[in-house]
Design a protein around this ligand. Structure first.
Ligand SMILES: [Zn+2]
Length: 411
């Protein structure tokens, strides 16, 4: 994209180093030329139906963290005007109200809202060893790949949902939006039940063992999750070295409830090289022998599975899922700190995504940037992913409206 001003700015700074101060100039161009306004409006229109698009709350974060809530728009033209006028550094999407949210304000009643999931790498700080807090790297991403695959399969196979949108959060996590009518109109207890269904890791910092699968046969959804974890477990052991230092090993030993077994494992693992893969193999062989010999192994029947789940299973921010009107960052919003676009991705492609290949507003608008061509290609692919989900949602909505029409004729 040939932008003279971008090149002029470039001359005065090193290529690849950008800062937030450039956003006020770049965002109006981004919103006009690259933000997929049309498909965005169609997605929200379907997701708001049978209410009009204008009953949907949008919120903007402006420069200097000024926060505007209860905004709304009724068509693409109004959206474009709003984006140009306010130039939001961040866009969030809220619920669908019984009236225009700006008119109703505090009296407005929430009628529907996509079922949403927020998975953030900071919630993995007790298990990831490569990074902590806001830092993320390619190794951390494997946790997101597993979370995406498990949640996507659960939503489709156990709940029958179809219209599922996966979005990179812009920095250190992923979001999932379920737009099926049944999901959008779920009440708070219903949302809570879905969130709880996907919650296997329980307990705070003081709890050593946070997963308890019991001694009966495992539920299909747990077996499915374990088969997904198994695809990535060796890779994670190598990348994260969960058991390689004495501190990390101690954490793992504390998850073994049986004292005799624990001391056997401790003795063996402390006396061997610190490779986590080797230590895990050794643990499995001691554990399996112990179960064969010990008469009653019911209490530790799924110990290996419980440990795998504690290290790898999705860690949701359940409050985001449970809340009816929790605002969540919009697809294709820019992350003000990283400049990255919240791209839509296919869950089947999550494992191929690379953080530095996710388009940033700086690379997209600066044709002299080294990543410009790659980021443009990836931006186009992300818009196409978005379109695919929206087209299928439009079809599903058309069928639903037709069925609703037939139902009312019957009465
Ligand atoms: Zn990392």
């Amino acid at each position: 994209m040939g932008l003279g001003w971008a090149r002029q700015q470039n001359a005065s700074r090193q290529v690849g180093h950008y800062d937030e101060n450039m956003l006020p100039e770049m965002l109006p161009i981004y919103y006009t030329r690259l933000f997929p306004q049309n498909i965005f409006c169609r997605w929200l229109t379907c997701g708001s139906s049978p209410q009009p698009l204008s009953n949907r709350e949008l919120s903007f974060t402006l420069a200097d963290d000024v926060y505007l809530r209860y905004l709304s728009f009724s068509d693409q033209k109004e959206l474009q005007t709003l984006l140009q006028k306010k130039c939001p550094h961040k866009l969030d999407i809220g619920a669908v109200y019984n009236t225009k949210p700006s008119v109703g304000r505090h009296d407005a009643v929430v009628l529907s809202r996509e079922l949403v999931f927020d998975i953030d790498l900071t919630d993995y700080d007790e298990v990831r060893t490569c990074c902590q807090e806001a830092k993320v790297c390619a190794k951390c991403w494997t946790f997101m790949v597993i979370a995406c695959e498990i949640i996507d399969k659960t939503l489709k196979e156990d709940f029958g949902f179809q219209s599922i949108l996966w979005v990179f959060s812009g920095r250190r996590g992923i979001h999932c939006w379920v737009s099926d009518y049944e999901a959008r109109t779920l009440d708070s207890p219903g949302r809570g039940a879905v969130a709880d269904y996907l919650c296997l890791i329980m307990g705070g910092d003081n709890q050593n063992k946070k997963v308890h699968l019991g001694g009966d046969n495992l539920h299909t959804s747990i077996r499915r999750a374990l088969s997904i974890i198994d695809k990535y477990f060796d890779k994670l052991l190598e990348e994260q070295e969960f058991f390689s230092t004495s501190d990390r090993l101690e954490k793992m030993l504390k998850m073994i409830p049986d004292e005799t077994l624990r001391s056997q494992v401790q003795k063996a693992l402390e006396g061997m090289p610190d490779s986590s893969s080797e230590r895990w193999k050794k643990f499995i062989s001691i554990y399996e022998n112990y179960c064969r010999e010990a008469g009653n192994s019911r209490k530790i029947r799924y110990l290996a599975e419980e440990i795998k789940i504690q290290y790898c299973y999705p860690r949701l921010d359940v409050n985001v899922t449970k809340g009816f009107n929790h605002l969540l960052k919009s697809p294709f919003s820019i992350h003000p700190k990283t400049g990255k676009v919240s791209v839509v991705f296919k869950p089947s492609n999550a494992k191929n995504m690379k953080l530095d290949e996710i388009p940033s507003i700086y690379s997209l608008l600066d044709d002299s940037a080294p990543d410009n061509a790659l980021h443009e290609t990836n931006m186009k692919a992300a818009v196409k992913n978005f379109q695919e989900v929206v087209f299928s949602l439009e079809k599903a909505e058309a069928i639903r409206r037709k069925q609703d029409g037939n139902m009312s004729l019957d009465f």
